[in-house]
Design a protein around this ligand. Structure first.
Ligand SMILES: [Zn+2]
Length: 288
């Protein structure tokens, strides 16, 4: 399993990406589905303070605490959320106070990170990664943040590409590491949360784009600040992404209708290059 998630617009949204042990949003019901797999989560990224994106957080913590009390194990956990969002401040404040998770509190190592747009943050995975944030347009009652995960990849300088792998170490010993290797920052994954007009220029060339597609047709949108399927595709193509994962699709649509409309879009955008497209069927558990 690389991705596992659930997305029912208005009710609950979350998506777990196992290579980074990272959860994107934390809608309710998540621990009933992931159960003890919850303990593997090292990073939780919250996009905004609408309840369908965060009310599962408390139960994730309960599962992790329960695991600690029975095994003594508590995996490091970082929780990233928009700074100055009124609902998230109140909700997280309650959790931290009631469970004594403030500074100098319990034995659990939880790193609470209030994020602002246009910044970078430390982000711990098995690889050398960091987080980049950007502002997102959504409803005015919340602060919405989009996230890029970036890998720092060590690459051989072009002039040494023909050197056989077994000789690389010798070359580094001779010339020094910096003369042989350079670091490439690669955007690997982008999460926009709920959005309209997501700022494509902030996530050009991202490998995987997780984007909402609340409406299959523009006529179904009556002023709501959510994207259509066409907008999601348009953004994915402009961003030159390799893979698009669509979530937050309205429950008014049934599977066949969603599949048909997505296939039309794939057909329409096929000349722009191949994008692998996955979608989360509203109310069904998604796993790839
Ligand atoms: Zn929302």
């Amino acid at each position: 399993m690389i991705f596992k998630g659930y997305s029912k617009a208005k009710y609950s949204n979350w998506l777990y990406y196992s290579p980074y042990h990272t959860l994107f949003d934390a809608g309710e019901g998540i621990n009933t589905i992931l159960e003890e797999k919850i303990v593997a989560i090292n990073n939780i990224i919250i996009s905004h303070g609408h309840t369908d994106h965060y009310t599962g957080l408390i139960n994730i913590l309960m599962t992790k605490f329960g695991h600690y009390y029975s095994t003594g194990e508590f995996n490091d956990l970082s929780i990233y959320y928009p700074k100055n969002d009124a609902a998230l401040m109140a909700y997280i404040g309650y959790i931290r106070n009631f469970y004594n998770l403030g500074d100098g509190g319990k034995e659990f190592k939880i790193n609470w990170v209030e994020v602002e747009p246009g910044r970078t943050y430390e982000f711990n995975t098995k690889l050398d990664t960091y987080l980049e944030t950007f502002a997102i347009e959504h409803t005015k009652d919340v602060v919405s943040i989009g996230y890029n995960i970036i890998e720092r990849r060590r690459k051989l300088k072009p002039e040494y590409c023909s050197v056989p792998p077994e000789n690389i170490k010798k070359l580094i010993d001779e010339k020094g590491r910096d003369a042989v290797i350079y670091i490439e920052d690669k955007r690997t994954l982008t999460y926009c949360g709920d959005s309209v007009n997501a700022p494509v220029e902030k996530f050009i060339n991202t490998d995987i784009l997780i984007h909402e597609a609340t409406f299959l047709k523009t006529d179904d949108r009556f002023g709501q600040l959510h994207s259509t399927l066409e907008e999601a595709f348009d953004i994915a193509v402009k961003a030159n992404t390799k893979r698009l994962i669509l979530m937050h699709i309205s429950t008014r649509y049934k599977y066949d209708e969603i599949k048909t409309e997505i296939n039309k879009m794939i057909e329409r955008y096929s000349t722009a290059g191949v994008i692998k497209v996955d979608f989360i069927v509203p109310g069904k558990i998604f796993e790839v």
